[in-house]
Design a protein around this ligand. Structure first.
Ligand code: BG6
Length: 486
């Protein structure tokens, strides 16, 4: 058998994409609560009221105008407000996960459910109670929670009033939140991830942004590195059994041609996009090439001696990552481009693409696993992998999602090869075991789940859950510990 006996099979989600109940029981707003739905070609919009009292919107990389305040506007639809209503339906959803045989469920804790603005001294007890109930429900079925502390949802107050993560003041506020999680959920949770896809801040920043953007982005990352390291130290102090990981958005980069300039550029993409964060979080110090990256944009970081000590002392126990696609990159102009997960590469003729332009490449997963394991020599977890696709509900209610089965079959087979080649892999959590609100586009029609949720982009639907064909297939995979992929 390839996978270890205690291999953790399961699925992964994020609070803001499933919970809903955005303003219930004392929860404060996050940026996703002022973000509308979009499509593959129409970006999501962030809404505000300007200083002249007029409504307006910006997109992801635009800055809030002077004097404006984020706001929920009457004539806009905000898909994350309701999510898939996990807040009220978690028992039904966890029972379905248990029916598939899940051994792990990855979820995140909404910061603003525990600290509505981020500034409070004491946590919101209703929020704590909700997560305790969820963990108790998971325990009933022997499903281990894998908890992400931050999954793209800083309280809106901190974004607006403190200027988000480029401000160091967020470090102690996050540490307070993380400490609350470790102590309140001690014994209920053993696996933690500090920041989801921490590398997106730099990796998805277009190369032609001006120096100030880069200055802010690298400082944002530095502050998150320090916050993560301090959280790791505290997490270990509170419960030495805690295993705490980093979480990197894993993309396997290939040079598009054999032009030596492309080979060098490919290495640059790995360093800047993938290794930069993993190196700091696993080795506890900045790599040599960091200076080169900072120089490119005249970046001068505010780094204290205390920060350097914390980074050294707060390295992670496990390396975890998401993997959806590979990307070919080139220095040559005029190549056909393809967009996936907010990043752009050139079209690779050897792989297929989803309707959202994400390149399917199971071999890229084996490559990533083996390369990363050799670099860090730490146990790995694949904590996101999946395909967003249009599903059709047949008249009898069945959903024949053979394309999803095919995607998972190939990726699990690839993971198996890496394990057979010596990679110490602890877990596999597919992204979106249940349909949820897509992060990049805010859509419901981009479906990931084994479980269908009757909810649509115009906000209609019963929210009823049903099983797709892939539900029964994954159940078989788990029961055979990854041996039966037919
Ligand atoms: C990852 C994120 O980037 O990709 C998830 O961690 C996200 O939050 C997932 O949902 C899939 O992306 P999308 O945009 O299709 O939801």
């Amino acid at each position: 058998m390839s996978f270890r006996n205690d291999f953790l099979w399961g699925g992964a989600t994020a609070a803001n994409q499933i919970e809903g109940a955005w303003n219930e029981d004392g929860r404060g707003p996050a940026l996703t609560d002022v973000t509308t739905g979009g499509t593959v070609s129409e970006p999501r919009k962030i809404t505000f009221i300007g200083k002249d009292g007029k409504p307006g919107f910006i997109t992801r990389l635009e800055k809030l105008p002077e004097g404006a305040h984020y706001a929920v506007l009457d004539d806009c639809l905000y898909p994350n407000h309701e999510g898939i209503d996990f807040y009220h339906r978690y028992k039904e959803d966890i029972a379905l996960f248990a029916e598939m045989g899940f051994r792990v469920f990855r979820m995140s804790i909404s910061w603003s459910r525990l600290y509505p603005t981020g500034m409070e001294e004491e946590p919101n007890r209703k929020g704590i109670e909700f997560y305790r109930n969820v963990f108790a429900e998971l325990k009933k079925y022997n499903i281990e929670p894998l908890v992400t502390i931050w999954h793209f949802d800083t309280p809106l107050y901190l974004e607006e009033q403190l200027g988000d993560w480029k401000n160091r003041e967020l470090i102690p506020l996050f540490v307070k939140f993380a400490k609350t999680c470790f102590s309140e959920f001690k014994g209920l949770v053993h696996y933690w991830l500090t920041f989801n896809e921490i590398n997106n801040t730099i990796n998805f920043l277009p190369e032609d942004m001006d120096d100030q953007y880069y200055q802010d982005a690298y400082q944002h990352l530095h502050n998150q590195f320090v916050a993560s390291a301090r959280a790791v130290k505290i997490g270990h102090e509170i419960d030495p059994d805690n295993k705490i990981g980093c979480m990197i958005c894993g993309i396997t980069y290939y040079p598009h041609t054999d032009d030596p300039k492309d080979i060098l550029y490919n290495r640059y993409k790995w360093e800047k996009g993938i290794f930069y964060c993993g190196d700091v979080q696993c080795f506890g110090e900045y790599p040599t090439y960091a200076q080169k990256l900072w120089n490119e944009h005249n970046v001068k970081l505010d780094i204290t001696q205390e920060d350097l000590k914390d980074l050294k002392e707060g390295t992670v126990d496990i390396y975890t990552f998401s993997y959806y696609m590979s990307q070919s990159v080139t220095t040559h102009k005029g190549e056909e481009e393809t967009k996936g997960n907010m990043s752009i590469g050139t079209r690779n003729e050897y792989i297929e693409y989803s309707d959202w332009g994400w390149g399917f490449d199971p071999d890229g997963l084996q490559y990533y696993l083996e390369m990363i394991y050799d670099r860090y020599k730490r146990p790995l977890m694949v904590v996101e992998n999946g395909v967003g696709a249009y599903d059709t509900v047949e008249e009898d209610g069945s959903i024949h999602d053979d394309y999803r089965i095919d995607y998972f079959r190939k990726h699990i087979a690839s993971m198996k090869k890496a394990v057979d080649n010596g990679v110490d892999l602890l877990a596999y959590t597919t992204w979106g075991p249940i349909d949820l609100v897509a992060a990049s586009t805010g859509e419901m029609r981009k479906r990931y789940g084994f479980i269908y949720v009757d909810k649509h982009d115009d906000g209609t639907g019963t929210l009823n859950r049903s099983r797709k064909d892939s539900f029964f297939w994954y159940k078989k995979v788990i029961a055979s510990n990854g041996e039966d992929l037919d």
